[in-house]
Design a protein. Sequence first.
Length: 132
Amino acid sequence: MQSIAIIEDNEDNRLLLKGILEDFFRLVEFDEGAAAIAALPASPPDLLLLDISLPGMDGLAVLRALREFPQLKIVPAIALTAHAMDGDRERFLAAGFDDYVAKPIVDETLLLTAIQRGLARAQSGNKPPPPV
């Protein structure tokens, strides 16, 4: 079973994600970035779901820190964020995320599609195309 690390400070959002994903993936959850940075290099997941608006260290900084570890450089990362303004998707992709899912998650199909795309790219060794 493939594994997903959920890095999200909001407990309700973690519970929602867990409810959607737990039948299909092995999940590991973190409520802040530092704990994920400490734990994930020893046991890299197949995919990261990373909230952008984390307390202390935001999701962009967490992703930069995780990418410093060779075993985490190619793990697909999906940004989870309430930031849904023009240009946000492109900004997150340029920062190294593979995809972007806006919160609140009202259609789990969008999330599952983003996850499947990320996992497929990782298995093929391809990074996503740059934003247009």
